[in-house]
Design a protein around this ligand. Structure first.
Ligand code: WTA
Length: 664
């Protein structure tokens, strides 16, 4: 824990807690809702039995003997059960006569580039891909890296891996080759599935060259399966690279799914922690599927026969895994999957998609809502959005203004909003209103879901009272919980289970309001949240000091009206480096590029300040608290413990000087 813990944006917090508006669920919605009053009591009377009842909605090859085996902090759910995730997401729906139901309305970024994929189509595609992977020698337990754009083959690749019991590790397409190779090496992936490129903001961007570069550092990768998406020219390594269409298209569309132990690893998802090295969060099969399908049904009130569900996220993040792929497919939902950015083809692109496909449930991140809000309500107003009946938010605290705008201009004042708190580690939603039951408040995630235990505790681990703040902890094991950090059980215990003995430490600050409802307040560790993307300050500092001119770097997250937080870096250069005038400007450009190369363009600092020194305490500790004050143009806090108080004053002047505008 760093000094970040004590200043989670005090003013914003008290503003939030003076929020008095409340929005009860519309009566008509409440009547037809999947979640009915009584569900909380029912679950809390016997949470294990409640989760077991939810698990009956899946198709098990062998029933479990025991619901939970809890050897803190190691959990096993549905012990002895056997299940296949892909069978549950695809085959069983076809066998039940729902093969003609649309699984995905896929919308490509270039207009008119659309595909409709039924559950039967999906079954054939997944079986063929699974057969293709078998031909490449893939066996249960092998790890497979997936580095793809938002195209149907990305989902097919994930399900083909799941079908074979081969855990996938999806790496967001915005990560650099260096980030990619680090992840491939950490989990020792031997096969990579990618594409020549993808469409982003109206242009074809390349993916394969990043893979080629990454694999120079990964000699054990033996096969690279490449989907042709953009028809760009790509370099080719004979014997290693193989076109998806050449391998997969000629496979038979039948493949018999074997069942696996409920605890068979399903996937690894890398996420930022407080060190420079990302953590490989491990999820397993049975409990994860139970958690994602149950929360998808209850939180989004899914009616599989009539709803059109759209999670506007990338499959490169956990939101895409749980609520584009596993939850919706296990529930036989019809989803929209969109490849591009919200403004591709015009600032009303999203609303056009909602209108064209009659989307009824929309799930997205506050950062996008704020961007849409900035563009203006004329865009949603120019389309018929009357199909929408429920709206969701995820990834960062949603400010009341954005919540109200979402409600008014997107939901036309009659859609419940579910603000869902969860993490890569939790696998699925943990804290959220239940539509039809909860009277919502703009900006509050409200209550732990049925079957979930959460609390807010003070520094000593004691639960705080209503109207007080502290740290969010999870008090009981849950089915979708991470089963560990890939290859590092000790780090798992240390990171999540040592801060408050017996409790899972989420790394988030939270407050309970006077009614005992929960407000999430952002991270209390070195993790920043940039447009809903988790990035650690340490990772960026590490990237910056990797540049030959840099002596030392300190990175802070400064609040930003659109992206939630923005990255601000303070850098000192080595003795002989000129860091002023044109040379200084060129260095700043080079440093931003350095971060893009090491991590990815999403991690580029908004601002880099070159400074002769960083503010340090007498014991040599960098005072990040003061750097945050500087970055947020706040009055400087207590500087008396500094070795040299003039440094921070100088930085403050530099930050506030004319021309110190943001570079991004
Ligand atoms: C933040 C994304 C406030 C939080 C699913 C958490 C939120 C981190 C919310 C996890 C929310 C997510 N309100 N904060 N509704 N949802 N967060 O792993 O800080 O990418 O710890 O998972 O996002 O980010 P991750």
């Amino acid at each position: 824990m760093t000094d970040a813990a004590d200043d989670g944006g005090g003013e914003a917090i008290s503003a939030l807690l003076h929020e008095t508006r409340q929005f009860p669920a519309p009566e008509a919605f409440a009547k037809q809702a999947n979640a009915q009053p009584g569900i909380y009591e029912e679950a809390s009377a016997d949470p294990e039995a409640w989760w077991a009842a939810q698990a009956e909605n899946l198709t098990w090859d062998r029933h479990w003997d025991k619901v939970l085996e809890w050897d803190l902090p190691f959990a096993k759910w549905f012990v002895g059960g056997r299940i296949n995730a892909a069978y549950n997401c695809v085959d069983r729906h076809v066998e039940a006569g729902r093969g003609d139901k649309v699984a995905f309305h896929w919308v490509g970024e270039p207009e008119g580039d659309n595909r409709t994929i039924t559950y039967s189509d999906l079954k054939d595609m997944v079986c063929k891909a699974a057969n293709g992977l078998v031909e490449l020698g893939v066996k249960a337990g092998d790890r497979i890296a997936i580095y793809m754009p938002m195209i149907p083959e990305a989902v097919v690749a994930m399900l083909a891996c799941a079908r074979l019991g081969a855990p996938h590790s999806v790496i967001f397409g915005g990560f650099s080759s260096e980030a990619l190779s680090g992840r491939i090496l950490d989990s020792d992936c031997r096969v990579v599935i990618t594409a020549d490129g993808g469409y982003r903001r109206g242009a074809a961007s390349a993916l394969k060259p990043n893979v080629d570069e990454a694999l120079e550092r990964c000699p054990d990768v033996r096969s690279v399966l490449v989907v042709r998406r953009t028809h760009q020219d790509v370099a080719w390594t004979e014997g290693r690279d193989i076109w998806w269409h050449e391998l997969v298209d000629r496979q038979p569309p039948e493949h018999e799914a074997q069942s696996f132990d409920a605890e068979q690893p399903l996937y690894i998802m890398y996420t930022s922690g407080t060190t420079a090295k990302p953590k490989g969060i491990l999820h397993t099969t049975g409990g994860y599927l139970v958690h994602t399908s149950t929360t998808h049904r209850l939180v989004f009130d899914l009616k599989p026969e009539t709803d059109i569900f759209w999670t506007a996220a990338d499959i490169g993040w956990v939101t895409g895994h749980s609520y584009i792929v596993y939850g919706p497919l296990a529930n036989c939902a019809t989803s929209v999957m969109y490849e591009g950015t919200p403004d591709a083809g015009g600032r009303d692109r999203w609303w056009k998609i909602v209108e064209d496909y009659k989307v009824s449930i929309l799930y997205t991140a506050p950062t996008t809502i704020r961007t849409l809000m900035k563009w203006g309500e004329e865009f949603p107003e120019s389309h018929d959005l009357s199909s929408l009946r429920l709206l969701g938010s995820v990834g960062e605290p949603i400010n009341p203004e954005a919540w109200m705008w979402y409600r008014k201009y997107v939901g036309r004042d009659n859609c419940p909003i579910v603000d869902t708190w969860w993490q890569t580690e939790t696998g699925g939603i943990m804290i959220s209103p239940l539509p039809g039951i909860t009277a919502t408040k703009p900006g509050a995630a409200m209550k732990p879901l049925p079957g979930i235990g959460a609390a807010v505790v003070d520094n000593d681990g004691n639960e705080v009272g209503d109207g007080e703040g502290g740290y969010l902890v999870l008090t009981d094991p849950w089915p979708g919980m991470l089963r560990g950090i890939w290859g590092d059980p000790e780090r798992y215990r240390e990171t999540y289970w040592s801060r408050f003995p017996g409790y899972y430490f989420a790394g988030d600050g939270a407050k309970k309001d006077e009614d005992g409802d929960l407000w999430l307040l952002g991270r209390v560790d070195d993790v920043m949240n940039i447009s809903g993307h988790r990035i650690s300050t340490t990772e960026i500092e590490h990237a910056l000091v990797g540049h030959p001119s840099v002596a030392e770097a300190a990175v802070v997250g400064a609040s930003d009206p659109t992206t939630g937080q923005a990255i601000v870096a303070f850098v000192t250069v080595k003795g002989d480096v000129v860091a002023v005038g044109e040379e200084g400007e060129a260095l700043v450009v080079a440093l931003r590029e350095q971060v893009a190369i090491t991590i990815g363009p999403i991690a580029k600092p908004r601002q880099i300040l070159l400074t002769p020194e960083l503010p340090k305490t007498r014991s040599g500790k960098i005072m990040r608290r003061l750097l945050r004050d500087v970055a947020e143009h706040r009055e400087l806090g207590d500087v008396t413990t500094l070795m040299d108080p003039t440094i921070v004053q100088m930085l403050d002047d530099q930050m506030n000087a004319p021309g110190a505008a943001d570079e991004a």
